[in-house]
Design a protein around this ligand. Sequence first.
Ligand code: ZN
Ligand code: ZN
Length: 230
Amino acid sequence: MPLDRCEHHGLVGYWEVCEHLATALRAGTVLEFRQCWGILLACEDCFERHGLARFDPLTDRGWNEDAKRAYDAINARGDFWCHPCFLAVRLQVARAAGLPDPFRAYERTVTFLRRDVALKIEDELRRTFTVRPSIHGPTRETLVVEWGQLDYPLTITVYYVLDAETQDRIQACVERGLEESGLPEYHLVFMEAEVWITTPGGGGTLGQETVLREVWGGGANAPSTSARTV
Ligand SMILES: [Zn+2]
Ligand SMILES: [Zn+2]
């Protein structure tokens, strides 16, 4: 999914949408749609007319001249739509129609617009606790604070904190940081360690890492699926 800047959501994934879906979204509504190549959402008509069923809905596997022609035909008149803005329209349409929410919506969490709260929590955690450098060097962190979006809450990931007492103190620090924001929902994840598997020839690959403990706080119960929402 390509990235771009949205004034409400910061640097986020964008969908490419067919012209009909774009028109609907601009009017504050949605049409039935289907996904193609993991990047494009097309209305049912476009999906049929361009025979998009012959392509992979989730990846660009098998991308070729045939796929490119179909993509270009839709893209020529289509638009580009911010992922969380798209979710916000879907939520609003479902609620206006009295239907259940189409996904678990986190509306009381720190997002891009309150990133100051996330940054302050990160500063406080770094000041108070020992954060080990990543085994992967300066391109990675073993403490990550990621602000939330409509389909997932503020997420704090911490490696190498193995004892429950320090984990509890980290959780308390996060909750203190959120107290005044009125945005209590968060997801705190303690990871045992980074795992790097060296391969013959001097290279390596990321290995399977172990989750020690997960906290869904402030009423932010886990979503039904961990996959981020379309
Ligand atoms: Zn269409
Ligand atoms: Zn947006």
